[in-house]
Design a protein around this ligand. Structure first.
Ligand code: FAD
Ligand code: DLZ
Ligand code: SF4
Length: 516
């Protein structure tokens, strides 16, 4: 029997990526409402996760529960090692509804199709009333991007982004014209980084989470990557996230644009914000980042090219990929337009490869649960694309490894943008590059055992032959793409014996991916 003291009229579920203390739910306290957070194997195990991602989510959920209690709310926290934990969201909810004698369940709209389906289907068969609340996080609703593109021919991010700038009055004048007379400053944003300006200090908080890590391990949760439990660096609540945002705007944003696309061995952060975890768990609202960046430009603290570049990622790309996700789920996760089927080489899990670019980018990912956009796209993703790795396996790796990986944002970026597995919905051409691209954008090649200039032979950079082989083998599908006209012209201009040598070397490389 439920004692009177334990009774509650309403339970409200808070998922691990819904840690927004400013949500309207929390505007007032109500003794009839119990907030429920749960650490469950259903969520730790749907993909093999990086240790830091599990730690960060659990630690942030625990911190959020503490914060709610301190603010006077009733909270039921189901820890991973609680004896009554059924390790499943709906089974725990059913037990808790009965325990509290509750008659209403509220949950915030989940961001992943998988969780949304589970909660929706289960709710429909319950006797009590279930309500879905807005998460109050995004600029757009789930279907808004699809509606925007419905009358248009192509899903061009740029068109949507300009619309968002005007609609939200960001970097536009009263007539809707863009600040500085241009919508896009990408051309000014392609510098390489020779070691100066100096990198800003890593002012993210440090936490000691050895005890929590011990609990996670004892509960039998499997993971990979370095837990760094003794000096864990991710912001775990809104206060820490705001401090990190402030630090970014002051010290890093001015250089964000110029060095946005560059890569440097041993320097995983460069001038990137590392705000994605705080954003995706909803500790911060995207509009806070956009307005603070805009204010930095308006007060002369950051150049327009940097501010525009940063805002484009958040107001543009982030909302756009979410719209792509909801427009194409379910089914997007199994797209494989190029029919790629190779398994991931073993060094995706160890970082032990001779290719310096891959060693660095995968090494960062395993050490820090982080790699910046160009490492994700033009090194790791590029290699996976050229080598014809199975996009579903690539997707699962990305979904597990990054601290900020939640399917609504990871899947379109991986399957669409990086693997071209959606056949070109999200990108107008595959993001494929040979060693010359990586050399231009980084300092990797100079210290690599492979030779960036050689195309065949033992020391030839594997990217080179794989690049040409990729375009040769996908000619039927890609040759009419106007953005690839130059690539195919170069291929056709190549003597036949050179083409054959490249394809033979690529074929050999593909048989020994694990040894690269
Ligand atoms: P910054 O470079 O400082 O950018 C600022 C913010 O802009 C980011 O925090 C992020 O919120 C947003 N942003 C930038 N690019 C994108 C983009 N393409 N799509 C959506 N938002 C963007 N981002 C995730 O948040 N989660 C993922 O799981 C994820 N997976 C990716 C997988 C691949 C293959 C690729 C190519 C990109 C992926 N991205 C993902 C996008 C991007 O790489 C990360 O958002 C970024 O690296 C996070 O680091 P940051 O906060 O330092 O970003
Ligand atoms: C990523 C993650 C992990 C590892 N663990 C949990 C968890 O134990 N409990 C929880 O509520 N959420 C977790 N999450 C985040 C969820 O996977 C995320 O909330 C859903 O995927 C919805 O986007
Ligand atoms: Fe990477 Fe090739 Fe450059 Fe080596 S030579 S760092 S493998 S692109």
């Amino acid at each position: 029997m439920t004692s009177e003291r334990a009774r509650a009229h309403t339970l409200r579920l808070i998922l691990g990526d819904q840690l927004n203390p400013l949500h309207s739910w929390f505007a007032r306290t109500d003794p009839n409402v119990v907030y429920v957070l749960m650490e469950v194997r259903q969520e730790t195990d749907y993909v093999l996760h990086h240790a830091q991602k599990i730690l960060a989510i659990f630690a942030a959920m625990r911190d959020f529960a503490r914060h709610l209690r301190e603010a006077g709310h009733r909270v039921r926290y189901v820890a991973i090692d609680n004896a009554s934990n059924r390790q499943n969201i709906t089974q725990n909810l059913a037990a808790l509804m009965a325990h509290y004698g509750a008659r209403e369940l509220d949950y915030q709209q989940p961001d992943e199709w998988r969780v949304s389906e589970v909660l929706g289907a289960w709710s429909a068969s319950q006797a009590f009333s279930v309500r879905e609340a807005d998460s109050e996080h995004f600029y757009t609703t789930r279907d808004e991007v699809a509606k925007f593109f419905a009358p248009r021919k192509n899903w061009l991010m740029e068109t949507f982004y300009r619309h968002m700038r005007q609609r939200h009055g960001v970097l536009v004048d009263e007539s809707g014209a863009p600040a500085g007379g241009r919508w896009n400053f990408d051309h000014d944003n392609r510098k390489s980084w020779p070691g100066t300006p100096p990198l800003p200090p890593d002012a993210r908080p440090e936490h000691d989470h050895r005890a929590l890590w011990e609990t996670v391990c004892q509960a039998g949760v499997r993971s990979f990557g370095n837990p760094q439990a003794d000096h864990f660096r991710w912001p775990l609540n809104r206060t820490q996230a705001l401090a990190w945002l402030d630090h970014f705007i002051q010290h890093t944003l001015p250089n964000f644009g110029a060095y946005e696309d560059t890569m440097s061995a041993g320097n995983p952060r460069l001038f990137h914000s590392q705000l994605s975890f705080a954003l995706n768990t909803k500790m911060l609202h995207p509009d806070e980042l956009v307005r603070q960046a805009q204010a930095a430009y308006e007060t002369g603290r950051a150049p327009l090219a940097a501010v525009e570049g940063f805002i484009r990622q958040i107001l543009g790309w982030r909302e756009y990929v979410r719209g792509v996700y909801w427009a194409h789920m379910p089914g997007y996760e199994t797209r494989n337009a190029l029919a790629h089927t190779r398994p991931l080489p073993t060094w995706f899990w160890t970082g032990k490869t001779t290719m310096r670019c891959m060693r660095d980018a995968i090494g960062n990912s395993l050490d820090n649960a982080y790699a910046h956009h160009i490492q994700r796209l033009m090194v790791i993703g590029n290699f996976a694309l050229l080598a014809g790795l199975d996009p579903a396996e690539v997707h699962r790796w990305y979904l597990g490894v990054y601290i900020d990986a939640f399917e609504w944002v990871e899947l379109p970026n991986t399957v669409g943008m990086s693997q071209f597995a959606d056949g070109g919905l999200l990108g107008t051409k595959p993001y494929a590059g040979s060693a010359s691209y990586i050399d231009r954008m980084s300092d990797y090649c100079r210290g690599c055992s492979y030779d960036r200039k050689q195309k065949t032979g033992d020391r030839a950079c594997p990217f080179n032959a794989l690049y040409w082989d990729f375009f040769a083998r996908h000619q039927p599908q890609l040759k009419d793409n106007r953005r690839l006209a130059m690539v195919y012209q170069r291929w056709r201009d190549m003597p036949e014996d050179a083409q054959t040598a490249l394809r033979e070397h690529a074929a050999l490389t593909l048989t020994r991916l694990d040894e690269l």
